[in-house]
Design a protein around this ligand. Sequence first.
Ligand code: ADP
Length: 246
Amino acid sequence: QEFRQLSHAVNGMLDRLAHSFDLQRQFAGNAAHELRTPLALMQTKLELFCEEHADADAETMQMAAFQMEQLDRLSALVRTLLSMSNLQSVSRTDEIPLAPLAEEILTDLAPFAQEKQVTLRQNCEEVSMVGSDALIYRLLFNLIENAIKYNKPGGTVFVSVKQADENVILEVAATGSGIPEDCMEHIFEPFFRVDKSRSRQMGGVGLGLALVHEIAVLHGGSVRAEPGNKVGTVFIVTLPAEDDHC
Ligand code: ADP
C-alpha cells in the first residue's frame, strides 16, 4: 500500500515536471515565432535601404552593416529556438549511413577549419542508424563546428563513428584549451557559455550544445563531454542504431 502511494506521488511529480518542461518549450517556441516576422521585416527594410542609398556616407553604411550583422545573429538565434521547440514533431524514420554524413559535414566545414588553421581527421566505420537525417546532421555539425571554433591554430579535430552492440558511437575530439571541470555539467544547458566574451565574439549564443543534447535524447541516446587524452575535450554521443522512440 505504501509503495503504491509512493509510486503514485513520484509519477505525479514526473507528470508535473514534464508539463512544466512542455510549457517552457512552448513559451520559447511562441516567443521565437512572434519575433520571426518583425526581424525579417527589419532585415528586408535595411537591405533595401542599403541598395537605394549605395552612395550614403561611410558612417551611415557602417551603422547599417552593424545592424545587419546583429539582425543576422538574432535571426539565427530565433531559428534555433524554433527548431528546438519543434523537435518532437520531426519524423525519425530515415536510414542514415553515418560515414557519408560525417564526410559531408567535414567537407562543409573544411573552409572554416582552413581559416582557423585546424586539421580535420576522421576514422568512420560503415555503420548506419535510423532517425532524422536533418537532426543527426545538425548534431554532428554543431559538435565539429565547436571543435574547430574553440581550437587553437595548428590544432586537430578527430571524428570517429563506430558500432558498439546495439548502439552507434560518435566521437568528436579536439585539441584546444578544453572545458574547466566545474563547467562540464552545465555545457548542455541552454545559453551556457564557458567564456562569454570569446563565445559571443565567435557568434555563439550557447544553444549549440543544448540542441545536440535535445537531439540525442529525442533519438533515445545521450551525449557527454570528457577531458581529452592529453589536452582539449572529447564529446561522445551514444545513439541506438534502431530508434524505438519513433
Ligand atoms: P556557443 O553557441 O556559444 O558555441 P554551445 O552550446 O555550442 O554554445 O557551447 C557552449 C560552450 O561550451 C561554448 O561557449 C564554449 O565555451 C564551450 N565549448 C563547446 N564546445 C567546445 C569544445 N569543443 N572545446 C572547448 N569548449 C567548447
